[in-house]
Ligand binder design. Structure first.
Ligand SMILES: [Fe+2]
Ligand SMILES: [Fe+2]
Length: 168
């Protein structure tokens, strides 16, 4: 059973959303590299790569279901920030928007009785919980560090220890 036209359009929007997140995280990495926070930069590069993988999961799924991939335009991301905390707060806002977008995709799939898509989306729903948590934890740590440069450098080191996520 092929995917419906409305789901096809929504999945294409979601592909754009994931690529746009990848683009934003890459821009955040470039900000961190510019101000010599190498650990935060590495964290952002990993995150950007993960978002690209998310986009590709949707891309492959849409093709598997007989849909047409129509990549939407991607907006130029912000590249200027005032502090690491500001970057991670922008990142959390972005993740919250992505979660909402996945929930509405899920609702559309439910309404249409497209259970293959419902099942496919479950991985993303769980993934969003993890991503919101890891960004939220970093925000808590950065708030605790406040304006203390040594504490922020320790967090930069901590961020550099992040490992790429294993694919499942
Ligand atoms: Fe994502
Ligand atoms: Fe994400």
């Amino acid at each position: 059973m092929n995917v419906s036209e409305s789901l096809e359009a929504a999945i294409n929007r979601q592909i754009g959303c994931e690529f746009s997140a990848a683009h934003c995280y890459l821009s955040m990495a470039s900000y961190f590299e510019r101000v010599a926070y190498d650990g935060f930069a590495a964290w952002m590069h990993l995150q950007s790569n993960e978002e690209r993988l998310h986009a590709m999961k949707f891309y492959e799924y849409l093709l598997d279901r007989g849909g047409v991939v129509q990549l939407p335009a991607i907006e130029a991301p912000r590249y200027e920030y005032g502090s690491p905390l500001e970057v991670f707060e922008a990142s959390l806002e972005q993740e919250n928007d992505v979660s909402k977008s996945i929930y509405s995709l899920y609702k559309l799939a439910m309404d249409e009785g497209d259970y293959a898509t419902v099942s496919f989306l479950k991985w993303f729903i769980d993934e969003q919980v993890e991503e919101e948590k890891s960004v939220g934890d970093m925000i808590d740590k950065l708030k605790r560090a406040g304006d203390n440069p040594e504490a922020i450098l320790l967090l930069d080191r901590y961020a550099s220890e992040r490992k790429p996520e294993s694919e499942d």
